[in-house]
Design a protein around this ligand. Sequence first.
Ligand SMILES: [Zn+2]
Length: 210
Amino acid sequence: MAPSDLRIVGGHLALDLVNTVEPRVPGATDFREHLHTPEDLLDWGLRAGLLDAGEAESVRAAWAASPAAGDQALRATHEVREATYGALLSVLGHSADAAPQLEILSLRWAAATARSALVPGGRGQPVRVVVGTTPAALVPDRLVTEAINLLRTVDVRHLRACPLEQGGCGWLFLDHSRNGSRRWCAMEDCGAQAKARRLTERRRAARATT
Ligand SMILES: [Zn+2]
């Protein structure tokens, strides 16, 4: 699956970042990677709403001038992603200590803050913070900022993982359904697959008893 087909279902940019590998299994390293190249990263970032087309052009130009900067941004993104996932597992109570992950995010966040600026919002408007004043590092800088914002404010009651034990993919998402009943990352995907599997199992069991 190319990044352009990857579903964006997390309900928050930092969760969509976590969901760029599948399946999402704690501790696993043999996942399917959707962000292979700096170009994948830009493609996904545009679709996820991380940056706009004009910003993507600046980033592309910066990476064209220095391909090493593109590789570095991709590596930083992977690092932010895995640290965010680890920290969220701890928030969910699935792992005890997220101190090493938070340390990684702290360092990345400090660097991102150093590349941010306060700009006037215009007459009668509040001041704005612009993260990503350095195009080459804009993508990981914005992602770590999103991750920190989520980790600081997440309402754990709404944070869910698509259930691996029932054949789901482990992706994380915010459940904003009215009755808090969303179980799958996407019903038409993991939910439908699990339903089909249960049906097959029932048929098999029925056949075995006749
Ligand atoms: Zn799923």
